[in-house]
Design a protein around this ligand. Structure first.
Ligand code: BGC
Length: 750
């Protein structure tokens, strides 16, 4: 039912702009307005029936814990992301939830961020494509999504008050595009604003962010909801476009809105706009369907998890495990799986698969034997004895598989890590096992990147299992035995040293500010541009089969779009999935750009010997940078390289293309440099003509013989140049030229 808001009192309208309680909006029964439930999210439904909290402390009803975003990011598979969204949406419907909070598309600026497990990638394109797919899948079930945390929430340290100080180009190119793509392509019901400030202004009252960018530039028509407790100044928030405050404030901020309207501080039309947007949420389904497919969703969670695992290293085909192998399965995470992160996304799973059990189940058919040792304890007690027992078991085996990783106390929402290292007892264990076992495989369970240094070269294979959701244990076993061919690729770089990370000097900030000093050079954009070695680059991932990439063909479409096709062949002997990664390099931009940036990708499934042609369109944004002077995306004319990469550091095929690009005519002022004036496409030639006309023959010859003189003054603002030259160009001429600098038609001469 559509509500006529002119029939509502100001008090009723204001009441709709904050929650009834922790998870629901207010109803106005006499006006036919129901209450709706919003709840976490993103990789499962955290529906609390009892005490509510947003830190994952109190119990919630059992629901399926699907792979968190860190795993989905590594799948490089939008269909997989859409299936997670759809399954979570179906469970949301079962619980009568109207909006599920997620996905999180913040960029992994630092590997230390405690919440990286809830985000997809260090790359905005990959994050945006996967986030949009999640929203699409979820909203097809009728449940609304809430893409979060908008914006520049890239750390947990002081997340509720820190100011992320980021220049506009960096915001537009790195921190906003994932949101932009989700908003434009998938039209989420809501966007959740973040806790932090952006350049000094809280996201929850940031009119530039919530209105100018989100609504005006991107056309967002849904509601903005605050992160839980993110409101600082409610009235400023309504004016900025922040519609729904969650959780409720017990009516306090509703009264502030009423008073502000009555005293003329806040325009009632803005309240009406916010009310309309909140009311649109009540049109979404909100009755519980009560049909949770527990077993079906568990099986789905297993399939999706297996396709997200990244095989980092596999010397001498150690994996998959062959028939009749004696296995030693070692490590606490083999029996006490870590499959999700701590905080508001914490799901009460319907069941949990344990890797050791899954390995034993799959082992007997192949004549594989399994011995187990605990190897280490999560509380760090009795390690020497545990390591000794583990080496005994490992010494009797053909392959030792060591399950290590981070525990809940190492990483979580709410705080950042200060090291990339695994706990020392686990490093000691890996080293001791690798000494005695003929072959050693390390299986990692971690939400954020861990350092592989100190043990990487001593082991034969490394399986990056991230946090895989409740079926992660069997998904890992599926990959170890080769029932699933690994096809995940890194969505974030694994650095050699923490200090190599470009945010390192500016993370997590000080005195209430975190300066994004590395600009657009985040993750692989920095490593590849500065030539800093990494342990494994963004995009890296091995398979049990091999692929070839041939016949790269690029075709311009119009001035700034390019059609790309490439043929991929499975050259090995087992079926597998391959990710085509398309990067764009270079371009004669007036700004410093990364050497290459991911601009397209596609995951294809191929039988042994099978080939397929993958076609991708690079739109103009693939070549553009954000030009702060003209306030829009600009494609500079010039040559670009279209590259197919095995990962961000390894180019397999490339082709050059020259684009006509955009012709930008910049307005000239007295602060523009002499170089800007002479280089201006309209004014430059006129100026040259005029100067030449006013010169004696001798002066003209001198100017021609000394081009360096012009170079010396090129960077001088025109105002200073005039002062030094006692007004070399008459004021009237300058004024005429400044008017002409943006003129649609150009005179032949002055
Ligand atoms: C988190 C959000 C979450 C909300 C509700 C906040 O603390 O930042 O991601 O959706 O709580 O639980």
């Amino acid at each position: 039912m559509t509500v006529d808001i002119s029939t509502l009192t100001l008090e009723q309208k204001a009441s709709l702009l904050s929650g009834h309680d922790f998870w629901s909006t207010k109803a106005i029964p006499e006006a036919g307005i129901p209450s709706v439930v919003l709840t976490d999210g993103p990789h499962g439904v955290r529906r609390q029936a009892g005490d509510a909290d947003h830190l994952g402390i109190n119990e919630s009803l059992p629901s399926t814990c699907f792979p968190p975003a860190v795993a989905v990011g590594s799948s490089w598979d939008p269909e997989l992301a859409a299936r997670v969204g759809a399954a979570v949406g179906r469970e949301g419907r079962a619980f009568g939830v109207t909006v599920i909070l997620g996905p999180g598309v913040n960029i992994k600026r630092s590997p230390l961020c405690g919440r990286n497990f809830e985000y997809y990638s260090e790359d905005p394109y990959l994050s945006g494509v996967l986030g949009a797919a999640h929203v699409r899948g979820m909203q097809q079930t009728g449940v609304g999504a809430s893409v979060k945390h908008f914006a520049a929430n890239n750390q947990e340290h002081e997340r509720m008050r820190i100011s992320a100080d980021v220049d506009e180009r960096t915001l537009r190119e790195i921190y906003l595009p994932a949101f932009e793509r989700v908003v434009i392509e998938a039209k989420p019901a809501t966007v959740m604003c973040s806790y932090n400030k952006i350049n000094g202004i809280y996201a929850s009252q940031n009119g530039w962010l919530l209105t100018d960018v989100l609504r005006t530039d991107w056309g967002f028509a849904g509601a903005v909801v605050s992160d839980w407790g993110a409101v600082s100044d409610r009235v400023a928030g309504v004016a900025a476009g922040m519609d729904l405050e969650m959780p409720g404030s017990g009516g306090a901020t509703d009264r502030q809105i009423v008073d502000a309207v009555r005293s003329g501080v806040l325009d009632e039309a803005l309240v009406d706009d916010a009310v309309r947007r909140v009311l649109a949420l009540t049109e979404l389904p909100h009755d519980a369907t009560d049909d949770l497919d527990v077993d079906g969703h568990h099986a789905l969670a297993r399939e999706l998890a297996a396709d997200s695992i990244v095989l980092l290293k596999n010397d001498a085909d150690t994996l998959p495990v062959k028939a009749n192998t004696r296995l030693a399965v070692i490590g606490a995470f083999a029996t006490e799986p870590r499959f999700q992160g701590g905080g508001s996304s914490h799901i009460n799973p319907t069941k949990v698969d344990v890797a050791l059990d899954a390995i034993r189940d799959q082992a007997w058919t192949d004549g594989v034997t399994v011995e187990h040792a605990h190897g280490f304890s999560l509380d760090g007690f009795g390690d020497a004895a545990l390591i000794e027992a583990a080496t005994e078991v490992a010494g009797r085996a053909d392959i030792a598989i060591v399950f290590v990783g981070l525990s809940d106390s190492d990483e979580s929402e709410g705080f950042d890590r200060d090291t990339l290292a695994l706990p020392q007892n686990q490093i000691d264990l890996i080293q001791a096992v690798a000494e005695v076992a003929p072959r050693t495989v390390v299986v990692l369970s971690n939400g954020g990147v861990v350092s592989l240094e100190g043990w990487h070269d001593r082991v034969d294979a490394i399986v990056e299992g991230w946090l895989l959701g409740q079926a992660g244990g069997s998904a890992l076993s599926d990959v170890l035995f080769g029932h699933v061919n690994p096809s995940g690729h890194l969505a974030e770089s694994i650095p050699v040293r923490l200090e190599d990370n470009p945010s390192w000097l500016n993370f997590p900030g000080e005195h209430g500010h975190v300066r994004y000093g590395e600009g657009v050079f985040v993750g692989y954009r920095y490593y590849t541009t500065a030539g800093v070695p990494v342990r494994y680059p963004f995009g890296h991932g091995l398979s049990y089969t091999s692929f070839s990439t041939d016949d790269l063909c690029i075709q311009p479409v119009g001035d700034a779009e390019v059609e790309v096709s490439v043929t991929v062949t499975n050259t090995g002997d087992r079926a597998g999935k391959h990710v085509v990664q398309l990067y764009v390099a270079g371009g004669a931009a007036p700004v410093r750009r990364p050497v290459r940036e991911l601009r397209g990708f596609a995951k294809v499934s191929l039988q042994p010997g099978e080939s397929t042609t993958v076609s991708l369109l690079l739109d103009r944004r693939a070549f553009a940078h954000w030009d702060v002077e003209v306030g829009r995306w600009v494609v500079p004319a010039g040559e670009y390289l279209v590259q197919v990469g095995a990962d961000a550091s390894t180019v397999l095929r490339e082709q050059a293309i020259t684009l006509a690009g955009d012709s930008i005519v910049r307005e000239l002022t007295l602060s523009s440099t002499v170089g800007d004036w002479f280089g201006h496409p309209i004014v430059g030639p006129l100026l040259m003509q005029g100067m030449a006309a006013g010169m004696t023959e001798e002066q003209a010859q001198q100017a021609a013989e000394n081009p360096d003189q012009l170079k010396m003054v090129e960077s001088m603002p025109m105002q200073q140049f005039l002062a030094f030259t006692q007004g070399a160009i008459p004021t009237a001429t300058l004024e005429q030229l400044m008017r002409l600098s943006t003129a649609p038609t150009v005179p032949a001469s002055l």
